[in-house]
Design a protein around this ligand. Structure first.
Ligand SMILES: Nc1nc2c(ncn2[C@@H]2O[C@H](COP(=O)(O)OP(=O)(O)OP(=O)(O)O)[C@@H](O)[C@H]2O)c(=O)[nH]1
Ligand SMILES: [Mg+2]
Length: 680
């Protein structure tokens, strides 16, 4: 290997599902002579769709790295998933590159994910390319797609090549100055393109005005910089299956895509928040070694874990030590690889500007790798929050331990997958970007870990409380079996406390009717019952219990007896205080195309929700803010998808607890069967 950072181009292929990203990457490999036959996603011969799930579903579900050498250049390309449910790795891939090449289907045009990924790339400060694919496909309509692209991405977009001969070939209008193409005269398009490039650079502009001419090397120099700054977005037409336009694309990557030297520069952030310090990182092979992991994957056969990282500075030899994050102890590197789909090519060094993989190191996504003990991290691209949750249970009890290891691995490898045990409902919950996402997780759990699980929507963490009060509820616990007996008598008052104030226990015993030592036992028994609930098996909140009277037996009174009496008195008092259920209410913010707002607000109103406000956002989008009971939106991810055709997104967070309507209370409590195990 051994490429200078200025001779490297790092590119992520992003865009809507089915746009032809993987096929295009295969065409690049074929063109470069890496593969002897064009890999095809449909018959499972693509070397980039590495994992079984991707192959079977004929869609990329995980990102995949490859590299080719073109002229003196090293091109590192990351193919990413286009399905919105699997976009975690696509967002993460942006962390490793200077350029996002957005592939747009020449047949279907722009999709939801085209805009999302283009926006994410721009926000993160990457250069953007647009590739209009499938030149040769039936139903391809390049002119319509071309116009839609220009309308969406604005004046910075300029085609580098154009279809000719009814889409049977392309003309490179950067190089060619004569002839006809499907969109008119080549000379005119050439002139327009040159002028557009010239306009990005004042020096060139001056020269062009004076002499009417500038050389290709001069233009090339201005180009990559203009692309890096987002002032110029090249459009390239390709037909990957016949190889049309693939040469133009390679040339465009070489000339227009910024190298690590002039593309987005990274900084090391030390500390957090406003007091954090930023240190510039230079892509210098002699500098300190700084890399960041943007993908973690486990080989399904060998179970070897690979961390794919972008090297931002320095050179690390394979016999050196590597420090993960802020660890004080290093690990031996052992091997450095360049990945090419499922193939591993060993290289001696990890060098500034390159994408490499390290085997068998326990590094997480986004973690930093250093050559010595160090601190700080590079900011990562923003990514969607996992909002779709399911409760999971293994079908066989023996798998409970194994399930944790499986979930941990998926969370390690996928930035948009999370899991946790809900402290209220005790359910094991997994969260992802949608139904499909979690279906694939389930399938992988079965495939790689041999665990069968059942899933269901998560339980709603209701709370129980009271709306009335009661005085002097008595309970006597007596047990006289065999040896030592048990005796406790208590009397309590109960009343609600203001919402959110929680539980209050007051000891109002005068004199010694209950020994001082046993009064905390009553409190303990009450707390125990509050955790278990009374009417629906949910925790009780916001009650005050006053211990007002009772009786002690000189021999048989003991801690456990007073706990039981406390619990039973609590239950009886609770039932006399008009029990009610509280439900979590969430603040929800929905972003969707402005024309869908009416439908969204109607839907929210139908879900017992209240719309709190609306805002118009740039790009024809709108924001709807509302409060809705969680029970009504626990599967909102798929509902919103169907209302907006996949163009909406939302975030939600807990706002407060509110009283449920009587019919909902009836439904919830009727399902609850008390499993009382009291030894009364
Ligand atoms: N005719 C024609 N078909 C193409 C071309 N490129 C891709 N296709 C077909 O389009 C379909 C989708 O192609 P992929 O390469 O899997 O698309 P992708 O963008 O990787 O899709 P995801 O992995 O789901 O994001 C496949 O059936 C390809 O054979 C092309 O240039 N010409
Ligand atoms: Mg693909």
């Amino acid at each position: 290997m051994g490429h200078l950072a200025s001779d490297i181009r790092n590119i992520a292929l992003v865009g809507h599902s089915g746009a032809g990203k993987t096929t295009l990457a295969e065409a690049l490999l074929y063109k470069a002579g890496v593969t002897k036959r064009l890999g095809n996603v449909n018959d499972g011969t693509s070397i980039l769709d590495v994992d079984d799930e991707s192959r079977e579903r004929k869609h990329t579900l995980e990102s995949s790295a490859m590299f080719i050498e073109h002229d003196n250049l090293l091109l590192n390309i990351v193919d990413t998933p286009g399905q919105p449910d699997f976009s975690g790795p696509s967002f993460e891939a942006l962390a490793g590159v200077e350029t996002a090449a957005i592939v747009v289907s020449g047949v279907n045009g722009l999709g939801v994910n085209t805009r999302r990924m283009a926006r994410a790339a721009a926000e993160f400060g990457l250069a953007r390319f647009i590739i209009i694919s499938k030149l040769d496909a039936d139903g391809a309509d390049q002119e319509t797609v071309y116009n839609a692209v220009k309308e969406t991405f604005g004046n910075a977009c300029h085609a580098i090549n154009l279809p000719a001969g009814n889409g049977s070939r392309v003309v490179n209008i950067y190089k060619e100055t004569q002839g006809e193409c499907d969109f008119g005269s080549v000379a005119e398009h050439h002139k327009e393109l040159i002028e557009a490039i010239v306009e990005t650079d004042d020096m060139l502009m001056g020269k062009y005005m004076e002499t009417g001419e500038v050389s290709i090397p001069e233009l090339n120099k201005a180009l990559a910089r203009a692309c890096a700054e987002g002032k110029f977005i090249p459009i390239v037409f390709t037909g990957a299956i016949r190889g049309t336009g693939v040469d133009d694309l390679l040339d465009a990557f070489e000339q227009f895509a910024p190298s690590p030297v002039i593309g987005k520069q990274r900084q090391l952030r030390i500390g957090e928040g406003e007091s954090s310090k930023l240190i510039d990182i230079k892509p210098d092979p002699k500098g300190e070694f700084i890399a960041q992991v943007f993908r973690v994957t486990t080989d399904p056969k060998s179970h070897i874990k690979y961390a794919i990282a972008r090297v931002f500075s320095g050179t690390l030899h394979n016999d050196a030590q590597i420090y993960i994050g802020d660890e004080r102890k290093g690990h031996r590197v052992g091997h450095v690889f360049k990945l090419l789909g499922s193939q591993h090519h060993e290289v001696p060094d990890a060098e500034a500007g390159d994408l490499v993989a390290f085997a068998k190191i326990e590094a997480h996504l986004g973690q930093m790798l250093f050559s010595h003990s160090a601190e700080g991290a590079i900011d990562r691209p923003r990514k969607p929050k996992p909002m779709y949750s399911l409760a999971i249970e293994p079908k066989s009890r023996g798998d409970i331990e194994k399930i944790g290891a499986a979930l941990q691995r998926f969370a390690d490898e996928d930035p948009c997958f999370e899991y946790h045990r809900d402290p209220d409902t005790h359910e094991l919950l997994m969260s992802g970007l949608g139904e499909q996402h979690l279906a694939v997780i389930r399938s992988k759990m079965q495939r790689y870990f041999k665990i069968d699980v059942e899933v269901h929507p998560p339980k709603i963490p209701y709370r129980e409380t009271i709306s009335g009060s009661v005085k002097y509820v008595e309970y006597t616990h007596k047990k006289q079996s065999g040896g030592a007996g048990q005796f406790a008598k208590v009397a309590i008052d109960m009343e609600p406390t203001p919402r959110g104030e929680g539980y209050v226990f007051e000891d109002k015993i005068f004199g010694g009717v209950i020994d001082q030592a046993f009064r905390p036992s009553v409190d303990k028994g009450v707390r125990e019952q509050m955790k278990r609930g009374v009417i629906a098996g949910c925790p009780v909140v916001d009650v005050k219990v006053s211990l007002v009277d009772g009786k002690t037996h000189p021999v048989d009174s003991k801690d456990i007896a007073f706990q039981i009496a406390g619990r039973q008195a609590f239950k009886q008092a609770f039932m006399q205080c008009k029990p009610i259920l509280l439900e979590p209410v969430v603040n929800i913010e929905v972003t969707a195309p402005a024309e869908k707002v009416g439908e969204i607000t109607r839907d929210i109103a139908g879900k017992r929700g209240q719309v709190q406000g609306q805002e118009i956002l740039p790009g024809g989008q709108a924001l709807v803010m509302a409060t809705v009971p969680l029970a009504e939106v626990s599967t909102y991810a798929s509902q919103l998808k169907s209302v907006t055709g996949g163009q909406g997104s939302f975030v939600m967070e807990l706002s407060h607890y509110d009283i449920v309507p009587p019919n909902v209370q009836q439904q919830v409590t009727s399902k609850y069967k008390s499993h009382d195990t009291d030894d009364e």
